[in-house]
Design a protein around this ligand. Structure first.
Ligand code: ATP
Length: 395
């Protein structure tokens, strides 16, 4: 698919701070592309440069082959939806949606037609006479979407558009945004710090960190095959283990000695590391199996014995914290089958955890600066989940 929107080597500083640092990224026509990263990583600044509200210090922005870097905002066919909706409080829903066409002096009849189409698209026909003050958050956001889309932008920019909504409404609006996108087929550039939003909505995601892009890929690629420890930790939950290559094994694998464990672990050696090289291994909680009984030996599986320290039942999954020596591992288990008479694994149980050698990812260790940016460390994460949980120690 042809590249439609291109940021070429964009840099933007505010004083001594490099908010965006040499970013190059291409977005395809018609896709939903998300810029995802922690607060302050530069995503809004990148979006604002596309909208024309900021000028890059270096680099060019191309839209459908046209260099728009120096165009003023009103000459660019991009429209932004903001978190705070930015509706006119004294105008009705209908007037808010029509506003851009009125300014552009589009004939009355065409304006009315296009407003009707938009009201239908966002399912607000029966609310057309109301003013924003009489609408719910989700309804206001739909009006904002209609007001932007009526101008038929080449790209719709969405800057944390759902941040002000509660969880249930956010989930519903995500589905609606997806349907609206299917209907209009316009390229969406979506900015969020919420990985769940980015993962569920996007065709592709760019994960940003401190002004740079760390990885671009489909949601499954960035989750299943992170290329940096920052991405692995920012998207979803993961466990990091540190060690050194002790021996090469079975062609594609190596044995990694970790000071905490008696036996070396078998790891997929995609980085082609040599004996003695340091290893920083990321293993997602759901890649572990957990059981009371020792699993049968398997050449490609690693097995550790540990003690359950915490259990959080979350309905669809149960999360366990398992201590193995000095290390606490986060393990999650999906309830594919619910067996009432099965005795659940609970606090202080001795368990076996095992995982396939291919399910660990060797990454560069992230910096101390990154560590500050990354969300809740494992111990804190447990507490956060615990408070959201409805029960304990259930299967
Ligand atoms: P958030 O999710 O919190 O909005 P973000 O990833 O969108 O974060 P930006 O808003 O792009 O981040 O900001 C990147 C950095 O640039 C931040 O450190 C911010 O404080 C700084 N910054 C942004 N705009 C300005 C400005 N106009 N003047 C000075 N500093 C700015």
């Amino acid at each position: 698919m042809a590249e439609f929107l291109e940021f070429r080597n964009i840099t933007k500083s505010f004083g001594s701070l490099r908010a965006v640092d040499g970013v190059s990224v291409s977005v395809r026509r018609g896709e939903i592309f998300s810029l995802l990263g922690p607060s302050g990583c530069g995503k809004t600044t990148l979006l604002r440069m596309l909208a024309g509200f900021e000028v890059p210090d270096e680099g060019r922005i191309l839209l459908d082959g046209v260099d728009i870097t120096d165009l003023p905002p009103h000459r660019r066919q991009v429209n932004t939806i903001f978190q705070n909706y930015a509706l006119f409080p004294h105008l009705s829903v209908r007037e808010n949606i029509a506003f851009g066409l009125r300014i552009a002096k589009v004939p009355r009849r065409e304006t009315d037609q296009r407003v009707e189409q938009m009201l239908e698209l966002v399912q607000m026909g029966d609310q057309a006479r109301k003013r924003p003050g009489e609408l719910s958050g989700g309804q206001k956001q739909r009006v904002a979407i209609a007001r932007a889309l009526i101008l038929r932008p080449q790209v719709l920019l969405l800057d944390e558009p759902l941040a002000a909504l509660d969880l249930k409404l956010r989930q519903r609006m995500l589905l609606e945004l997806d349907l609206i996108h299917d209907e209009v087929g316009i390229t969406f550039l979506y900015v969020t710090h919420d990985q769940g939003e980015a993962m569920s909505l996007s065709d592709r995601v760019a994960v940003m960190n401190r002004g740079k892009i760390e990885q671009i890929g489909t949601p499954a690629e960035v989750y299943e095959a992170p290329t940096s420890s920052f991405v692995a930790a920012f998207i979803g939950d993961t466990n990091f283990l540190e060690g050194r290559v002790a021996a090469l094994a079975d062609g594609d694998y190596c044995r990694v000695r970790m000071p905490e464990f008696a036996a070396p672990l078998l790891c997929f050696n995609d980085k082609r590391l040599s004996v003695g090289n340091p290893v920083y291994l990321s293993i997602r909680p759901e890649k572990f199996s957990i059981a009371r009984e020792q699993p049968p030996p398997d050449r490609l599986r690693n097995t550790l014995r540990g003690t359950v320290e915490d259990v959080v039942y979350l309905g669809n999954v149960t999360k366990y914290w398992v201590r193995v020596g000095e290390i606490r591992l986060s393990v999650s288990r999906q309830h594919n089958r619910f067996l009432l008479d099965e005795q659940p694994i609970s606090w202080e149980d001795e368990v076996w955890i095992s995982w396939h050698a291919d399910d660990g990812f060797m990454l560069e260790r992230y910096s101390e600066q990154d560590e500050d940016l990354l969300a809740t460390p494992p111990d804190g994460a447990f507490e956060a989940e615990e408070s959201a949980a409805t029960g304990e120690d259930q299967p």
